[in-house]
Design a protein around this ligand. Structure first.
Ligand SMILES: Cc1ncc(COP(=O)(O)O)c(C=O)c1O
Length: 432
């Protein structure tokens, strides 16, 4: 259908395009060296091709499969109301914001979405960013000055890591989820901060994106409060999916009052694209004036904004979706456990099956695709070395039979790929 639409737009006779060879052999030499290293380490990646909308059934690399790899947790990306809102906005406001928010890209749609997000979260204000990556980088590089201290969980998202780098913060990483280690660091950082007049910021993910576990928010936010540290919560995967009202990990764990800066995305449960920072009105004002990833980039397009607004309405009106999502995740974890497959520490819709070996992990992904299930294998640097895994993500609309069949397929294929990769490794050792 899309190809037909293109054909109509193209002139009857098109000029034959020739491909110019790359001009710089130096660039290709750099690429060859780096790509050879990826190949050697089993971390070479290629993109899969989707030729359908995102729903629980998709077409991947030409194959119809059940989708267990997306962040479209509530199945809103292709919801008729969300799609209609995006189309209506395209007709009324066009397809582009045509500039940054501060030049000409700010519209009534942007401001309406921001007010709705603030109301949803029960805070004074929200500001939309073009991606979650940019929201984290922007807020960290605005609030943290060179030499200020950031206490960061070892498994925080890469955008928090990069935000700290850009801010030239003094970063102290504590072992994942370790409250005692955080308490020690806060004590030391608090003394240093008081002596040298530095700020201290605690950065946490609400839901850890590769393990599906939750940060111990009540204990950690209490400690931060005691030592006067700012708390930044990146709740990319909790927003819309957790808590009675969908306000995320902090709502679920009763720790909302301990969060100073909330980062949520529009590209996961909210079925659109982009992200937001929520908190006080003064924080919003500061970010508008100082966050470089807000200032120096094009605003979200009107259809994206309208889609997120429609999805937010559904998130608020249909709690049943997140109940089903979490029930589906519980079912999958239980089914895998019945086959002796450990999915701990997951307690959410992100369910990892640790394989360990890169090659075996990718073989498992391929074998599942052949059987009609798409769950992506994840390798370093997305996860630590030696912990490559199948990362399964649930949707509210998966059916019980699909979940059970996936669990059975994983249980059958996992020993096959681990045996075959162990066999290959021993052959290698034998020839050395
Ligand atoms: C925890 C976390 N934070 C931030 C992001 C970045 O969000 P975005 O994809 O909107 O850039 C992601 C993306 O997957 C994420 O998992």
């Amino acid at each position: 259908m899309i190809a037909d639409a293109w054909a109509r737009l193209l002139p009857a006779k098109t000029v034959t395009q020739t491909v110019r060879p790359g001009r710089s052999s130096l660039v290709d030499a750099i690429a060859d060296e780096a790509l050879a290293a990826f190949q050697a380490h089993g971390t070479y990646r290629r993109m899969r091709l989707l030729t359908s909308a995102h729903g629980r059934h998709v077409r991947v690399d030409g194959r119809p499969v059940v989708h267990f790899a997306s962040s479209n947790y509530l199945d809103l990306a292709n919801d008729p109301g969300v799609v209609e809102a995006a189309s209506t906005a395209a007709r009324s406001h066009g397809c582009a914001a045509a500039g940054s928010r501060l030049i000409c890209g700010n519209s009534d749609l942007h401001e309406d979405l921001e007010s709705a997000l603030a109301t949803f979260l029960g805070v004074e204000a929200a500001l939309v960013f073009s991606t979650g990556y940019m929201a984290n980088v922007g807020v960290l590089s605005t609030l943290v000055r060179p030499g200020d201290i950031v206490l960061s969980d070892a498994l925080n998202h890469a955008s928090i890591v990069d935000g700290c780098r850009l801010a030239r913060a003094d970063v102290r990483v504590f072992p994942h989820g370790n409250v005692e280690a955080l308490a020690d660091l806060l004590r030391i950082a608090g003394d240093a901060a008081a002596r040298d007049k530095h700020r201290v910021l605690l950065a946490l993910d609400g839901v850890y994106s590769m393990d599906g576990d939750l940060a111990p928010l009540p204990a950690m936010t209490r400690l931060a409060r005691r030592y006067g540290a700012i708390v930044l919560l990146d709740d990319a995967h909790g927003c819309g999916t957790l808590g009675v009202c969908g306000r995320g990990a902090a709502e679920l764990l009763g720790a909302e009052d301990g969060v100073d800066v909330y980062v949520g995305t529009l590209g996961k449960a909210l079925g659109s694209f982009g992200a937001f920072v929520a908190g006080s009105a003064r924080l919003r004002d500061l970010l508008v004036n100082a966050a470089r990833t807000f200032l120096f980039t094009c605003a979200l397009s009107p259809p994206q904004v309208a889609a997120a607004r429609a999805a937010l309405h559904i998130v608020e009106a249909e709690p049943r979706r997140r109940e089903r999502l979490q029930a589906n995740a519980t079912r999958l974890r239980a089914r895998l456990a019945s086959h002796g497959i450990v999915t701990a520490p997951s307690t959410t819709q992100i369910v990892p099956v640790i394989v360990g070996d890169n090659e075996a992990t990718m073989q498992l992904t391929e074998r599942l695709l052949e059987r009609g299930y798409f769950a992506q294998g994840i390798r370093h640097p997305s996860v630590p070395h030696g912990t490559a895994r199948l990362r399964i993500t649930l949707m509210a609309t998966h059916e019980s039979s699909e979940i059970d069949d996936l669990a059975n397929a994983v249980a059958e294929e996992l020993p096959r790929v681990t045996q075959s990769s162990a066999g290959e490794r021993s052959v290698h050792r034998g020839t050395l």
